[in-house]
Ligand binder design. Structure first.
Ligand SMILES: Nc1nc2c(ncn2[C@@H]2O[C@H](COP(=O)(O)OP(=O)(O)OP(=O)(O)O)[C@@H](O)[C@H]2O)c(=O)[nH]1
Ligand SMILES: [Mg+2]
Length: 1132
């Protein structure tokens, strides 16, 4: 990078009004990086001839080979728009679903986005996702419709058809933004109403709102994409052209003498030119006239392509060239590839960089225009309301809005990811060209050294002569030995740092300054995601400096920003300081930041809300080094990988396996490559992907495997069988299963008895719980702090969301069986927010509900007063439930969609035996199950006497005697609860749930059959198929089990010769309908499936595969009835 442009960028960084921070977002392969190339070429960083071919921002080798972007990277460009100079910090993001976390990291640092859509493919799944992400982060998008050339050369549309096609596409894009916007307006309106209601029902009591009132009031015109709004550019990045209708309005207003404003309004839309009247009229479609856009814009482009590419008409080309006033070099016009000539003409006539950059400068906001709403959202820690934050923290909002670079402005920086670069390529270590003086100096030095060496050689030769002359061998040896040792030590010294150096990857933080000036070497506070500014402020003074000696505050540390860089795509440029409003790279933070963080000089600054990732990491593999001795290197490498990737997770399982969790197959491949060649630099081997399953229970099926109705008798028989099996497993009498599936279990010390029943949750409830897991987690946090007696100011939105969840649950859990269940929910699990429910059906046992935060003012005191012995052990029950739901009995995978209802719970306090008499009073029974009460009673006395050292009783029930050594009751209760849940689960028909991907495949008619073939082979299910309008493409939407998905994309690509490439997105969990424990019981079933019936049972296969992987017992008979194999030879 030249000095002049670096200086220019540094100067521009100081003027936030002329800075634009933007990213390029799109579905995979819609041409983001190609477009970025054109913009980069406009700054002379790459040659304009190579623009589009180089893909400059895809700097990794695998990105170039695969042709897809995997990491987002930034580059700073300058652009002169009119008389103003602008600085554009541009971030190119990946479009593949596997890397959507990289998109989140890019979007957070920007104020605007260029959304690119392929003119042929139109709105694709990732297009919707990125539009949503832009929405969630409150950044403003502009639209580029790319690859218009494909409409001409591939689809061979006429200009009129192309216009209709483009119109439709624009509608599609606007439909997506429309839904986002409507939901937001309605939400805001509801919030406003609520607040007004709260403020006082007296004054505004009788105001009536129409449901659409909010929608009409809000000005949404800037939210929709429309060429006449100036936020749409039509382009072909590969051919280097692009235009907005402003450009054409400008051209034609001069040529035709029509006002530019009039043209601006009419160039896009149903208008036509009436040549006779010399007027622009409405209603082109109705009158069958050419719309203005076709006549004045598209026709020109179409005829240019026709002349240059299709017909290669030299004369016409010359005419066009002279009429457009562009210059074409002779070698371009003589080139065998007509595209070269086309690019040469187009890039001068309608340069794409100019169209896009001027739109960006005019339509996207500068850092100064940051909306107050966005700031509040960024600063709202956890569930707290913005106005409940400390005053100093609220004051910081002003700093955000001012985006000031003054000396007194607090420094606020957000780091959205860490990326690794080779230490050698850092600007500090890069070789710079030598000046003349330095060259002369070096020459002189070399000359001196040479002279010295010559002199030394001479003296050495002389001394050698002396030694040989004297013939004294020991003397001769000594210096030699010495010198060898010296050399060794020297090489040792040399090689050691070199090795370290070689391994070193330097981590650079990808960040943005929101306020203040970041200076090299400055010390700042690093605020972890859980840092609470109120707590920080109570321990530190507001003026406290990060370089002072700071007392310990949780989630707060100090760090110095050792170096500061300008991000220039593949290169970095070292800077001394960066003012507010810019994107930058910061070195020296790898010790204090894992993936993302907030940095500030003020302890009042809250941590920014976490990035929202759209991708779910789901593909896991176990990794080990090829040579076991290299384990430490692998561990280090995995640590670095974890830091360098926003989405990858690295875990060490209890089994000691090192597990890598990634978002998909492509992401996995990239992570493995990174480990191999970058971070560990050793050979590694990865296991086959570990596929996650869920375990669940279902209602007893009504038909058997051959579709015959299951008779009542038989059903009972099955349950009896299950019961027997369950009882066989437990020889002691502590377990009891009744025919309805109620499991009663007593702890080994006979102090507590629990009865649990497992009930399948309705599917929509499971879905709801699964999708609201974040909310449930928040709810759990709130409950936790309520239990600790803290008072939290929960934001209105959160409270509303919780109320909404409760109402939804209530409406979905209808019917006699579920009456009042929602109020009685005890906990969710596993991990306290999973999709399983624990129900309190114990008669007479009251505990604070999980919804207590909704009505907490009147509930807390009451709940405390009720603390009983049962309440003391409440947590043990929850823990047991969490353990049971974390790993089920089928193959130790988490449960899903199961409701455990506790119907009875007895406990006796574990008082020492001298209090024998009081035992009975402590004993509490909440259900009058006569027999079990009797049983419980006798057990109690047995236990009491046993511990009071009455030997005869102890013999009678030896386990009761050792109650004391069974440990505290809570531990036993946890284990018993876990066991009870497992048995209750097993008493119901069990099923496995498989993770499912959805995929959208775009394929032409001729390869459609093959796509279906591959889908069918992999147990995929086609949801729907439609033809894309105006093309010969079909869009197939299908679901596919994750277990069958490995190699799917490759297979499809191979079978269709690269014409179709699917993208797999995790969508949901689905119950596998077959019963893994099923064995044929009726005659028909025997006939159908044979005796072993193991051929068709997919669920059993999955289950056994998981069990085998986990080293669990697998019941498998390879040969059941062995028969001697006979060879049927001819001779017999
Ligand atoms: N016909 C045509 N092809 C284009 C155009 N722009 C890009 N392409 C091609 O589309 C393919 C994908 O381009 P990229 O720029 O890598 O797409 P991307 O959006 O960066 O892809 P990801 O980063 O992987 O999401 C390349 O083969 C380009 O040559 C265009 O305007 N017309
Ligand atoms: Mg790309």
């Amino acid at each position: 990078m030249g000095h002049s442009s670096l200086d220019k960028i540094i100067a521009l960084q100081r003027n936030p009004a002329n800075i634009r921070n933007l990213c390029i977002l799109a579905h995979v392969d819609h041409g983001k990086t190609t477009l970025a190339d054109c913009l980069v070429a406009s700054n002379g960083i790459i040659s304009s001839r190579l623009a589009g071919k180089l893909r400059y921002l895809d700097s990794r080798e695998d990105e170039q080979i695969r042709g897809i972007t995997m990491k987002s990277s930034a580059i700073s460009l300058h652009y002169k728009n009119g008389d103003q100079e602008y600085l554009l910090n541009l971030i190119d993001s990946p479009g593949h679903v596997d890397f959507s976390s990289e998109v989140s990291t890019a979007v957070r640092l920007c104020d605007g986005a260029i959304v690119v859509v392929d003119a042929v493919e139109g709105v694709c799944p990732q297009t919707q996702v990125v539009l949503r992400q832009a929405w969630l982060e409150n950044i403003r998008p502009v639209l580029v419709i790319n690859k218009i050339d494909r409409l001409i050369t591939e689809l061979k549309l006429t200009s009129q058809e192309a216009y209709t096609h483009l119109q439709k596409m624009l509608e599609q894009v606007n439909a997506v933004t429309g839904t986002l916007f409507t939901s937001k307006v309605l939400e805001e309106r509801a919030e406003k109403e609520k607040e007004e209601e709260k403020e006082g029902e007296t004054s505004t009591g009788d105001q009536v709102y129409d449901w659409s009132a909010g929608l009409e009031e809000a000005d949404d015109s800037h939210l929709y994409f429309s060429p006449d709004q100036g936020n749409v550019v039509f382009a072909s990045a590969i051919d280097g052209w692009g235009f907005s209708i402003q450009q054409f309005a400008h051209i034609y207003s001069q040529r035709m003498g029509i006002k530019a404003e009039v043209l601006l309004r009419t160039l896009w839309g149903d208008f036509y030119l009436n040549a006779k009247a010399k007027r622009i009229m409405k209603g082109a479609q109705a009158k069958g006239k050419k719309p203005l856009f076709v006549q004045l814009v598209l026709d020109n482009i179409w005829s240019l392509y026709d002349a240059v590419v299709t017909r290669r008409d030299k004369e016409k080309v010359e005419k066009v060239v002279t009429s457009l006033g562009v210059k074409v070099m002779a070698r371009d016009s003589r080139h065998s590839d007509p595209k070269v000539l086309l690019t040469a003409i187009c890039s001068q006539w309608l340069p794409v960089s100019q169209a896009i950059l001027s739109m960006v400068c005019e339509k996207l906001p500068s850092p100064l225009d940051m909306a107050a709403e966005r700031v509040e959202k960024l600063m709202s820690v956890g569930v707290q309301r913005f106005d409940s934050l400390p005053e100093q923290t609220q004051d910081l909002k002003r700093a955000f809005l001012q985006c000031s670079s003054g000396e007194n402005a607090p420094v606020i920086v957000f780091v959205s990811k860490m990326f690794a670069v080779d230490t050698k390529t850092l600007p500090q270590n890069r070789q710079r060209p030598l000046t003349q003086e330095e060259i002369a100096q070096r020459r002189e030095l070399a000359r001196q050294r040479h002279a010295e060496r010559m002199a030394a050689d001479q003296t050495a030769a002389e001394s050698h002569k002396d030694i040989t002359h004297s013939g004294n061998t020991p003397q001769q040896c000594q210096p030699e030995g010495l010198s060898i040792a010296k050399i060794e030590s020297l090489t040792l010294k040399d090689s050691k740092p070199e090795e370290e150096e070689e391994q070193r990857e330097t981590f650079i933080a990808f960040a943005r300054v929101y306020s203040g000036v970041v200076k090299k070497g400055q010390r700042v506070f690093v605020l972890g995601p859980k840092y609470d500014p109120a707590q920080g402020l109570s321990k530190l003074s507001e003026r406290c400096n990060a370089s002072d000696c700071v007392p310990e505050v949780p989630h707060l540390s100090c760090c110095s920003m050792e170096s500061i860089y300008l991000l220039m795509g593949r290169e970095l440029e070292e800077l001394e300081e960066v003012p507010a409003g810019n994107v930058l790279g910061i070195g020296g933070l790898e010790e204090c930041i894992l993936k993302s963080a907030t940095l500030s000089t003020s302890p009042a600054c809250p941590p920014f809300i976490p990035l929202n990732f759209e991708a779910t990491p789901i593909v896991r593999v176990a990794i080990e080094p090829k040579h076991p001795s290299e384990m430490p290197k692998l561990v280090r490498g995995m640590r670095l990988l974890n830091q360098a990737d926003p989405c990858a997770e690295v875990l060490i399982q209890e089994t000691g396996e090192h597990v890598l969790v990634t978002a998909g197959e492509v992401h996995l491949q990239r992570c493995l490559d990174d480990l191999r060649y970058l971070f560990s630099k050793i050979e590694i081997s990865a296991s086959k992907p570990i596929i996650p399953f869920r375990e669940t229970v279902v209602r007893p099926p009504k038909v058997d495997m051959v579709n015959e109705e299951v008779g009542k008798q038989q059903k009972v028989a099955i349950i009896h069988q299950a019961k027997e099996e369950a009882l066989q497993g437990h020889s002691s009498g502590t377990l009891h299963v009744d025919p309805t599936g109620l499991v009663t279990l007593t702890t080994p010390n006979r102090l507590a008895t629990i009865s649990v029943r497992a009930i399948p949750l309705p599917q929509e409830v499971t879905c709801l719980l699964e999708s609201s897991s974040e909310l449930i987690r928040t709810l759990e946090q709130v409950n936790m702090s309520l239990r600790e007696g803290k008072n939290l100011d929960i934001s209105l939105g959160t409270l509303e969301a919780i109320t909404g969840l409760k109402a939804q649950l209530e409406s979905q859990l209808q019917g006699r069986k579920w009456r009042n269940t929602v109020e009685r929910i005890w906990a969710f699990g596993p991990r306290r927010y999973g999709p399983n429910v624990l129900l309190n059906n114990v008669e007479g046992y009251e505990r604070p509900s999980v919804w207590q935060c909704l009505s907490r003012s009147n509930n807390v005191g009451e709940a405390r007063a009720q603390a009983t012995i049962l309440r003391d052990f409440d947590n043990s029950i929850i823990s047991g439930f969490q353990l049971a739901t974390l790993s089920g009995p089928m193959c130790e995978e988490p449960l899903m969609g199961v409701c455990f209802s506790i119907e009875r719970w007895d406990i006796q306090s574990s008082v020492p035996p001298q209090n024998q008499d009081s035992l009975k009073e402590d004993s509490m029974s909440h259900q009058a199950l006569a027999e079990s009460k009797l049983e419980g009673g006798s057990e109690t006395s047995a236990r009491a006497e046993g511990t009071a050292a009455v030997p005869s009783q102890a013999k009678f029930k030896p386990e009761a005697a050792s109650a004391g050594c069974h440990g505290p009751v809570s531990g036993q209760l946890i284990a018993a609860m876990k066991e009870a849940c497992r048995h209750a689960f097993q008493a119901q028909p069990q099923r496995l749930m498989a993770a499912m991907y959805t995929c959208e495949i775009m394929a032409t008619a001729e390869v459609l059959g093959r796509v279906y073939g591959v889908l069918g082979k992999r147990e995929g299910r086609v949801l729907h198929e439609e033809m894309k309008e105006g093309t010969d493409m079909f869009i197939i939407k299908a679901v596919l089990p994750v277990a069958e998905s490995f190699g799917f994309a490759d297979e499809i690509r191979k079978r269709t010769s690269g014409l179709a490439s699917p993208q797999l997105v995790f969508s949901h969990w689905e119950v596998i309908s077959s019963d893994p424990y099923w064995v044929p019981t009726t005659e028909e079933e025997y006939l159908h499936f044979g005796e072993k019936a193991d051929s068709a049972n997919q669920a059993l296969k999955y289950m056994n595969a998981v069990r085998r992987r986990k080293g669990l017992y697998v019941e498998e008979k390879i040969v059941e009835h062995a028969e001697k194999q006979r060879t049927l030879s001819k001779n017999k």
